[in-house]
Design a protein around this ligand. Structure first.
Ligand SMILES: [Zn+2]
Length: 188
């Protein structure tokens, strides 16, 4: 449903098909065609302005809060040992290149995982992906199941993460016509 919604959004690239005044280029970088894929995940200016990072961190915060809540209530109180949930802090790759970045994230944190395990902690290294248009890759559901998310709690996590990504992408789209963008810290 979300892609259908995005498909109807006006982009420079779309407008250029019927208007001669519009060259179709992205208004931020003025280099590439301003289609929705470019605006939401492929623009180097948007990237350098911190837009994609902002969305990444907002989604991560959503996931992390629910995981912390889950661990506190379900895992720690159940008394089956300590848990450590690890997240990848920076989305440096294009959000849509999910399979490739998944391997990269796992690799990036394998050293940290070994270190934590050496100290006697139970540690899962799970890379999770939520696409720019709110598409939740199975990795999130899989990782959540692994640490005990079930039923309503699991549905809520997936739904809220998807909503947050879509909400942030909407702002990225709305701001794609202007150059000024103030980087806001998550939670600020
Ligand atoms: Zn651009």
């Amino acid at each position: 449903m979300l892609s259908a919604v995005y498909g109807t959004l006006l982009t420079p690239s779309m407008v250029s098909k019927w208007s001669e005044d519009e060259d179709g280029k992205c208004k931020l970088c003025e280099e590439r065609m301003g289609n929705i894929q470019h605006i939401l995940a492929g623009c180097k200016v948007a990237l350098s302005q911190g837009m994609y990072r902002w969305r990444h961190d907002k989604v991560l915060k959503q996931i992390s809060e629910q995981v912390v809540f889950h661990c506190d209530r379900r895992v720690n109180k159940a008394g089956d040992g300590r848990q450590f949930i690890d997240f990848v802090p920076a989305g440096r790759r294009k959000a849509e290149r999910i399979a490739e970045s998944h391997e990269y994230k796992l690799y990036r944190y394998s050293g940290l995982q070994a270190e934590i395990q050496a100290k006697g902690w139970c540690c899962y290294n799970a890379a999770v992906e939520v696409g720019a248009r709110g598409v939740v890759a199975q990795s999130l559901e899989r990782a959540a199941r692994r640490i005990g998310f079930r039923g309503r709690e699991l549905k809520k996590l997936v739904r809220d993460s998807r909503k947050e990504a879509a909400h942030c992408s909407r702002w990225i789209y709305l701001l794609s016509g202007r150059k000024e963008w103030e980087f806001r810290k998550v939670g600020a």
